[in-house]
Write a protein that binds this ligand. Structure first.
Ligand code: BES
Ligand code: ZN
Ligand code: ZN
Length: 498
């Protein structure tokens, strides 16, 4: 179950109704005992001795106080320690954990007192960023993917009232994060949707339906069109499924003059069985999410269009299923990509780079100022970085710096890996221009190097391999149950700074 959430700026002093909760943060300091006491006095509540002792003695960082008669009926008290361990995800993660815990509590409203920005100025760039981390946490914690649950309850209504001194910043930040989170939800729905439903065609249809509403032009190349355009790489990978392959392209143009033209390319493998180089079942389990790159591209363009960002964006998604039948492409095959380069297929499970070859070539032909691509490309990047960061590969330092900074700001973190030319030699082929498989070591980097072959070298380009963080993982409260929608918040932050 999730809530029908409404997030409102609170205009008055704290003014509670029945069945409301209050969330209040206390900064750990010598004066904590007195401040806590005064706070409880102001509400006419009295805190039990043991509870108070535990809270003050650092035995617990949080405290839930249920009132029998007064309002608010529940207090959530959270201690914040602002030291070197404090990080920008603190509030996001806290609210993402709090929201699901409010189920069955019969609350109508939750009042949140935002702590003073002054105390956090070393950790957040500005007030809006602090506020955003809270609002995003509320939304992210409320996300569920329960379409297929038979016994789900009707969503309950829940209003959040945010108390903050600067109404103007608060209002615009609430508006911003509502739009952003709407797009993140859209991406998460796409990525979490099982492959039995989210076929390449369905991905194209949902993209078209969602983005055309917002004035974005969406074109879908079918098999005939792909053949005409010599996109044999996409055709080879997508050739062994009953579900046809497509290339989905999107074009968002702002009303005024665009400050930059950016191409976003996302791997759209709606299911990756590995093909003839078949995966074991355990590795296949998550492979409905192998289109997370494409999902991120759709979400980013949706958010950009809703926010009317002044950048022109071209989106490109090769949408296929990597399956097996009599037409399957085979280890040993040579495929001629749209750019004219030939690829020796050494492993049909390294299919992402093959479909992206045609997509990146197409993107380059649109002459954008820069290209960013997203893909759940390799297990190797997860071996290198774990699930909490995505690998960033680029030879453009400006792009790298700005993307890394956006990663820090949004806590969708990137880590730059080497991209030296030495790695090029590792994917040479004896019979074709390039091989789709490198040696055992450095697999995330050689995969990136493969892609580089299909990008116009004059265009600044960054490759983001998010096989770890895009897929559900246990690192925090908003990533553990469902695929995460990684990339949307990151790139909207990057684009907003242009
Ligand atoms: N889709 C996978 C990569 C992946 C792995 C995504 C784990 C998410 C979680 C990709 O197509 C793949 O199978 N890569 C192979 C490449 C290898 C054959 C060179 C891999 O990583 O094992
Ligand atoms: Zn694969
Ligand atoms: Zn794959």
């Amino acid at each position: 179950m999730h809530f029908n959430l409404k997030i409102n700026p609170a205009k008055d002093e704290l003014n509670f109704k029945k069945d409301s909760a209050l969330v209040k943060f206390f900064i750990e300091s010598k004066k904590l005992e007195k401040t806590l006491e005064n706070f409880f006095l102001s509400l006419n509540y009295s805190l039990g001795k043991i509870q108070k002792k535990n809270f003050l003695d650092k035995k617990s960082n949080e405290l839930t106080y249920y009132s029998q008669s007064g309002e608010p009926s529940v207090l959530y008290i959270k201690k914040v320690k602002i030291d070197k361990d404090f990080f920008v995800d603190f509030f996001r993660n806290y609210f993402a954990g709090l929201v699901p815990s409010l189920k069955k509590k019969n609350l109508n409203s939750v009042h949140v007192v935002v702590p003073s920005f002054f105390d956090f100025k070393d950790h957040f760039e500005n007030e809006s960023q602090l506020l955003r981390s809270m609002l995003e946490g509320i939304h992210l914690g409320n996300y569920t993917f329960d379409n297929y649950k038979s016994d789900k309850e009707k969503p309950a209504e829940l209003s959040f009232f945010i108390h903050y001194t600067d109404q103007k910043i608060l209002g615009s930040t609430i508006d911003h994060s509502n739009k952003l989170m709407d797009a993140v939800y859209f991406t998460r729905d796409l990525v979490n949707e099982p492959a039995i439903t989210l076929t390449p065609e369905e991905l194209a249809n949902r993209t078209k339906k969602e983005l055309t509403k917002l004035g974005v032009k969406v074109s879908v190349f079918d098999k005939t069109e792909l053949k005409k355009r010599k996109m044999n790489a996409i055709l080879a990978v997508g050739g062994a499924s009953d579900k046809s392959p497509y290339l989905i392209t999107m074009h968002y143009k702002p009303l005024g003059k665009a400050k930059r033209k950016i191409a976003l390319v996302g791997k759209g493998v709606c299911y990756d069985s590995g093909g003839l180089s078949i995966k074991p079942t355990s590795s296949m389990l998550e492979m409905k999410a192998d289109m997370a790159g494409g999902g991120a591209v759709v979400g980013i363009i949706k958010a950009a269009a809703m926010m009317k960002l002044p950048v022109e964006i071209i989106g490109v998604i090769p949408a296929v299923e990597n399956m097996i039948n009599g037409s399957a492409y085979k280890p040993g095959d040579v495929v001629k990509a749209a750019s004219g380069k030939t690829i020796e297929v050494k492993d049909t499970d390294a299919e992402g780079r093959i479909v992206l070859a045609d997509a990146l070539h197409y993107a380059s032909q649109q002459k954008p100022d820069e290209i960013i691509n997203f893909a759940t490309l390799t297990g190797a990047v997860v071996v290198a970085l774990g699930e909490i960061a995505a690998g960033l590969f680029t030879n453009d330092d400006r792009l790298a710096d700005e993307l890394l900074q956006s990663g820090k700001t949004t806590h969708e973190r990137l880590w730059r890996l080497p991209f030296w030319r030495d790695y090029n030699d590792m994917i040479k082929s004896d019979i074709a221009d390039i091989s789709n498989l490198g040696p055992r070591w450095g697999g995330a980097i050689t995969a990136g190097k493969f892609l580089e072959n299909f990008v116009d070298e004059k265009i600044p380009w960054a490759h983001i391999d998010f096989a770890g963080p895009a897929i559900k993982h246990k690192s925090n409260n908003y990533t553990e149950k469902y695929d995460t929608g990684f990339g949307v918040r990151l790139i909207i932050e990057y684009l907003s700074k242009i």
